[in-house]
Design a protein around this ligand. Structure first.
Ligand SMILES: Cc1cc2nc3c(=O)[nH]c(=O)nc-3n(C[C@H](O)[C@H](O)[C@H](O)COP(=O)(O)O)c2cc1C
Length: 183
């Protein structure tokens, strides 16, 4: 069982990374092989909409670090994203990845690579965890549309300070559950 974690926050000491590491550590303790990718450190272009993928079995021709993420997604049994809210939505680093998943659209992704579970851990400054739920769920609808199975959607509020999550037992308990449910 391979579990891939993708952190889209640029903050090395941020709450997304801490939460994701905890979830992956939990999955590992349950016997999974885990990998963590910090997408902000990678060179990922925007989708170029050339539709090459539509005639080439879902392969994207853009030769950048998204190729590493495609391969990791294809090999994983489950994927956990950790994403900060920027201006009421996912951050741009996450939107780049979502748009590049267009290569899997109209390609039988689940039939080829299997039905994979996907979970989302969101970190935000606003304490109201429902504040951006509608927008976030629209973004994540892309994954269900492509044939992924939604496991968890967890919003961690009041986390403007890097490492704030370390003081919050309830949030840490939530991400431990994410690490269990993805298996
Ligand atoms: C450019 C930018 C925009 C942000 N916009 C929002 C927002 O609209 N709503 C919110 O609750 N928090 C917002 N925040 C706060 C982050 O979501 C919050 O600090 C989050 O916990 C960051 O995750 P990290 O610690 O993993 O980097 C914003 C932060 C930045 C840098």
């Amino acid at each position: 069982m391979k579990i891939l974690g993708i952190n889209t926050s640029p903050r090395d000491n941020g709450n997304c990374k801490i939460a994701l590491e905890k979830a992956l550590e939990t999955a590992k303790a349950e016997g999974a092989e885990v990998e963590l990718i910090n997408s902000n450190k990678l060179n990922i272009s925007a989708c170029q909409a050339d539709n090459y993928c539509k005639a080439h079995e879902g392969k994207c021709p853009v030769d950048d670090d998204m190729q590493q993420i495609y391969r990791a997604i294809e090999e994983a049994d489950g994927i956990i994203f950790a994403i900060p809210v920027y201006f009421f939505d996912v951050n741009a680093q996450m939107k780049l990845i979502i748009d590049r998943l267009y290569s899997y659209f109209q390609f039988p992704f689940a039939e080829t690579y299997g039905t994979k579970k996907v979970s989302f851990i969101i970190s935000q400054g606003t304490p109201d965890v429902a504040a951006f739920e509608n927008t976030l769920k629209v973004q994540f609808g892309a994954f269900e549309f492509l044939g992924f199975e939604l496991a968890d959607f967890v919003v961690l509020g009041d986390n403007n300070i890097p490492g704030a999550i370390n003081e919050k037992e309830d949030q840490m308990a939530q991400v431990v559950e994410v690490g269990k449910n993805i298996l």
